[in-house]
Design a protein around this ligand. Sequence first.
Ligand code: ZN
Length: 234
Amino acid sequence: MSPQIESLLVLQERDTRLFTLLKEIANLPKEEAALDLRLQTAQATFDQKKKLSMSLESDRKKIELEAQSKQQQIGRYRQQQLDTRKNEEFQALGNEIKHAEEAIQAFEDQQLTYMEQLEIAHKQLALDAEVLKKATADNQTGKATIAQKKISLEKSLAEVRALKQEAEAKVEASTLSKYQRIIANKKENALVPVRNGTCGGCHMKVTAQTMIAVKADKDLVSCDNCGRLVYLLE
Ligand SMILES: [Zn+2]
């Protein structure tokens, strides 16, 4: 293998590492967004259940007040019964009392239904509060981990960039620009092996002429099909 190809392989290995690091760094905001989405979802669910509980409680309270008001009304009717001397009026008040008592009974039945619903709602709310608590904690630790990861990735990035520069310095200018052009074009390896007469980039058979040139290992050889730089690997 020619020293030129060897230098290019070193450069390519560093470029690959650089590319991987850049991809990992670019992915960090997505990891953060996923954590935030989980927290937002947990918060929204909790808020919704909380609102439901509060609405049930307010309805229950309203029924309770209505029952109290009916109870007070009964008290007033009873007083009026004591005050009246008319039998007819006494009986009419008695009927009112009966209706009010029936209404109170209906309110009490409703109260029981509300209590049952509230019990279920409170249990669910407690579960949702746990989920929210966990999501909040995970969000914090997750973000701290991501921040640490970012620092370490950026450190590696600086190291690999320096190594890449070193490797570039060892490659001839014209070869380097050819290599860089292919990378810019293909967004992947510019230098690929030829195995069993097949290009490692496009997986096509290379021509006999290219095969001879590759074997000679003197000049830089390109695949006739894809244009990538090739070297022999047997
Ligand atoms: Zn090819």
